[in-house]
Ligand binder design. Structure first.
Ligand SMILES: Cc1cc2nc3c(=O)[nH]c(=O)nc-3n(C[C@H](O)[C@H](O)[C@H](O)COP(=O)(O)OP(=O)(O)OC[C@H]3O[C@@H](n4cnc5c(N)ncnc54)[C@H](O)[C@@H]3O)c2cc1C
Length: 645
């Protein structure tokens, strides 16, 4: 390594041990909320974050809408109605527990963020009189203006507000440290989680964390199928440091996962194939309600769920005749008739009718409030668009009253992808949880996008707060344990090994990621069969045995990138094992196995769970509604919280 060009002190040989009652792993939305709520118990909380907590994670740079706030004063749906709709829309392949928590507590968390200094209301009356505004509360709503359970918010103000609150709450924040493994009692796979290890992303220093309870908040995997060595920062929808480290270390420790066989055709990844999310013309999410036109200026009509063409803009935001409410935004993809909202007529129909490419988003004819809420507030507050899209386009002279913005691909996807280019987008698999948001590993709780079938800001905030409370109840009666020295030593060897390899002949992190992604595209694409999946597993085992020992890193930054790719390799193996375990096709899981053409098997209506025990793969099945009655169980497990409200 050429240390002379590395701007930080190198501390490979240094080790530091830190103790806490509650250890929060990852400082995104779920992690911040978990730490804030755990600290209310008076216990010592340590939050470890790979980036800078103030702005890190998918929600760090913003969010434009807050979903499923069913308890806000203007909502016309109940938490039960909304959760049941989300479950039914996915034929039950959804997380009943976490989404009920989201629907029941999400609005309370939004009010918490407002108390911390986040902006959630139109206090300056910028949108006075708009159809999406409630004049009394000054709350703004998106999508379904009738039922009002999704709020438009100023998400760029949220993470800095949470960060200030973390500091006031006395939470110790350790930024720029990548958590690398979970420590278990006596070093046994499947044993109680007693802490974790980490490596400083700038100095390479090794950390040992000891805790009574830990909360996993490291988001979800990415870069499994899609990777561009020349555009690594734009490979996927979520930020590049969120690549599934948590899943990989959980797997190594014996945590149980479900729905890991689910992947969807790529929708948003850039990876050199598309433009960044929401930077092109579309009418999805941030841009919902925008008018789309073809290249001759002809408008593409919106229709209700019955195909009735909508004659005015306001109707784009109203349920169809006879429909109570509709679902839209975030993880909602091609909803069932019952929950389908207004939409532009399908792209393919338009082409058949002679509409001409390219299509464009045209905000010029929208009522002024609708134009300003999209171009201004929504595009200005959304995760990745504030600077590269809103500011740069504005500075380049884009005027939404005059100019249109081009669409690519076949709709709102920013590009067209190949069938074997897949993603964990929407509601993918993840850690299995119970009603305490505990994993199968005692002492390990889980929140946010790490959970199976999870998505969105409000969900992460609500489950983070909930997991923080339950971890605090648990840790009260628990003693700190001494880490197993062999487990610590092995982890140290694992993470520092690439430093001893020769860069001249070794393999770098980008090459390894490219190889894994290519393997997954070839052997775990849209159409799967057991032979393909088995070849994929064999190849990845070969990578593990032959290629990983040949990898090198020049400095702490490169080493962390490489450790991430080791985790991508582990996650790919979880996915292949899960795909092998499911025998028949499943529409809600977007899962197609062409060696199976018979009737549905007994696993069609079940969750399949995977974990390691004694380094062997253990497969189990679980009824989709294993969590029982939502309201009854929620109230049973949260008596103290409900009494304190
Ligand atoms: C472009 C974009 C726009 C979005 N818009 C919206 C929206 O408008 N509304 C909405 O509801 N949702 C939106 N989302 C989704 C929402 O932001 C996420 O669902 C939410 O942030 C999930 O919270 P989380 O805490 O689980 O994960 P994150 O907020 O991503 O936090 C995970 C944290 O873990 C850290 N981490 C990862 N690995 C490690 C490790 N090994 N060691 C230490 N730390 C680690 C990361 O650095 C990160 O800070 C958007 C997402 C994106 C990417």
């Amino acid at each position: 390594m050429n240390e002379s060009v590395w701007p930080y002190p190198i501390e490979w040989e240094k080790e530091e041990t830190l103790e806490a009652d509650i250890l929060v792993l990852g400082g995104g939305i779920a992690g911040c909320m978990a730490a804030i709520s755990a600290s209310k118990s008076g216990q010592k909380v340590l939050l470890v974050e790979k980036g800078a907590t103030k702005m890190s994670g998918a929600g760090g740079s913003g969010c434009d809408h807050w979903e499923s706030a069913a308890t806000n004063p203007c909502s016309k749906v109940t938490p039960e109605e909304l959760t049941l709709a989300m479950l039914d829309d996915n034929d039950g392949f959804n997380n009943g527990i976490s989404h009920y928590i989201e629907c029941r507590e999400g609005y309370d968390r939004l009010l918490d963020i407002e108390r911390m200094g986040g902006k959630i209301r139109d206090k300056d009356d910028e949108f006075k009189g708009a159809a999406f505004r409630d004049e009394k509360t000054k709350l703004l709503f998106a999508y379904d203006y009738e039922n009002r359970f999704t709020l438009r918010v100023w998400g760029t103000t949220f993470k800095p507000a949470m960060y200030r609150d973390l500091k006031h709450s006395g939470v110790r924040i350790l930024d720029r440290v990548m958590v690398s493994s979970l420590l278990t009692e006596s070093g046994i796979q499947g044993g109680r989680v007693i802490g974790a290890t980490g490596i400083h992303t700038r100095t390479g220093k090794f950390y040992i964390f000891k805790a009574r309870a830990s909360i996993m908040c490291m988001s979800r995997p990415a870069r499994i199928w899609l990777f561009s060595a020349s555009l690594p920062g734009l490979c996927e929808f979520r930020p590049p440091q969120c690549i599934g480290d948590g899943h990989a270390m959980g797997w190594r420790a014996g945590a149980e996962f479900t729905m890991m066989e689910k992947s969807v055709g790529a929708e948003f990844s850039a990876s050199g194939r598309s433009y960044p999310p929401y930077s092109t013309g579309n009418n999805h999410n941030t841009w919902y309600g925008a008018t789309l036109i073809d290249s001759t200026g002809k408008e593409i009509p919106y229709a209700d769920r019955d195909g009735n063409i909508l004659r005015n803009t306001d109707a784009r935001f109203r349920p169809s005749p006879g429909q109570k409410f509709f679902l839209k935004g975030g993880a909602v993809d091609n909803p069932k008739y019952e929950y389908r909202g207004p939409e532009t007529l399908p792209f393919s129909d338009m082409i058949k009718k002679g509409y001409r490419l390219p299509f464009y988003a045209d905000l010029s004819g929208l009522p002024e409030h609708e134009r300003r809420i999209i171009w201004g507030m929504m595009v200005g507050e959304e995760g990745k668009t504030r600077i590269p899209v809103y500011r740069n386009h504005t500075e380049s002279g884009f005027d939404p009253e005059k100019h249109v913005i081009q669409c690519y691909g076949t709709g709102w996807t920013s590009a067209e992808f190949l069938p074997n280019e897949r993603q964990l987008f929407g509601l993918p698999g993840g850690f299995l949880n119970d009603w305490k948001l505990s994993t199968n590993l005692e002492g390990l709780f889980v929140a946010g996008d790490s959970l199976y079938a999870s998505d969105c800001y409000g969900h992460a905030a609500a489950t983070g707060h909930y997991a923080g409370r339950h971890a605090a109840y648990y840790s009260n009666g628990i003693k700190l344990s001494q880490p197993d020295s062999y487990q610590v030593k092995s982890e140290k060897e694992r993470i520092y090994r690439p430093l001893f390899n020769n860069p001249e002949s070794g393999i770098g992190w980008k090459e390894l990621n490219m190889g894994i992604s290519k393997t997954m595209r070839n052997y775990c694409g849209e159409i799967k069969n057991d032979e393909l999946l088995s070849i994929g597993l064999e190849l990845l085992a070969e990578y593990e045995d032959r290629i990983v020992p040949e990898t090198y890193a020049y400095n702490p930054h490169e080493l962390v990138r490489l450790l991430e790719v080791f985790d991508i390799l582990t996650v790919s193996r979880i996915i292949l094992n899960a795909c092998l375990s499911r025998r028949s096709n499943s529409k809600p899981l977007r899962f197609t196995k062409n060696n199976y053409s018979g009737p549905e098997t007994e696993d069609s209506g079940m969750l399949i769970t995977v974990k390691q025990s004694d380094s062997r793969i253990v497969i189990n099945k679980l009824p989709l509604d294993f969590y029982g009655d939502l309201k009854e169980n929620y109230e049973k497990y949260n008596k103290e919280y409900l009494a304190g409200k």
